[in-house]
Design a protein around this ligand. Structure first.
Ligand SMILES: [Fe+2]
Length: 253
């Protein structure tokens, strides 16, 4: 089983998970149909399912066209079934869902939207985080509260440290600039930025990132760090206050 990264729209990533012998495939967050159709036809994949992390158009934009063309089933969060186009199968928090290709664990991680989920495939050591956790950043809070987003990020931190993170956008360079503006003395961050620059120069995605890198370098996962708190003027050891301040600073960065 392998994962193919598909660039969509301006800076979105969709992912095709496939078995190269059986050609059975599953797509995660098809932002638009055409780049997915191109890959499926080129590789003669048999597309069985679409999984959506949340309902935003740049994650579900290809749902209906792909369903019509390949007769695949669309899978998403049960409570978001009224706004995920073409949904057939609703999943719930903490559910394990099995298909012909893999077994995955679903966690509800609200904040960016109220119905956002992540998809963890143990066999691939892969976690699909949509617009909740990015490399060196996190999603904007559109429907949830700061507290919810903070808790959702903490849920993601608990996966095995070597988990590969596949997120919804290539925002890494801009995110790294923000992390660096506050966390200048973090040598691990400096090393990660070097690697990011190299990847971008070579035209490669900076994704997947590794959870351990994110825990050490992503400022939104380092809200308990006293130096960071001091740097942004949070006095008490208060991670949620730190997270809130960081998210607001990033919104205006
Ligand atoms: Fe989104």
């Amino acid at each position: 089983m392998e994962i193919k990264i598909i660039k969509c729209l301006n800076d979105n990533y969709s992912y095709i998970i496939f078995n190269k012998e059986t050609l059975i495939s599953v797509v995660i967050d098809p932002s638009e149909a055409d780049p997915i159709i191109h890959e499926i036809n080129k590789n003669k994949f048999n597309l069985k399912y679409i999984l959506n992390t949340h309902h935003h158009y740049d994650h579900v934009g290809g749902n209906e066209k792909l369903k019509e063309k390949y007769n695949c089933k669309i899978v998403g969060f049960e409570k978001d079934k009224n706004r995920i186009p073409g949904i057939d199968i609703g999943l719930n928090d903490n559910q394990t869902w099995k298909n012909e290709l893999f077994e995955c664990k679903i966690l509800h991680i609200p904040g960016h939207t109220s119905g956002h989920i992540c998809i963890y495939i143990k066999e691939l050591n892969a976690l699909f985080t949509g617009d909740t956790l990015f490399s060196l950043g996190c999603g904007r809070i559109f429907e949830g509260t700061y507290d919810e987003m903070y808790k959702s990020l903490n849920k993601l931190k608990k996966f095995p440290k070597n988990t590969k993170i596949y997120c919804g956008h290539e925002y890494t360079k801009k995110n790294s600039d923000f992390c660096f503006s506050i966390d200048k003395e973090n040598s691990k961050l400096l090393n990660k930025i070097k690697k990011i620059k190299k990847d971008i120069q070579n035209g490669n995605p900076t994704i997947p990132t590794i959870l351990s890198d994110e825990i050490e370098c992503n400022i939104f996962l380092r809200t308990d760090n006293l130096k960071i708190q001091k740097q942004i003027g949070v006095n008490s050891n208060n991670p949620i206050e730190t997270f809130t301040k960081l998210r607001d600073l990033k919104d205006n960065f």
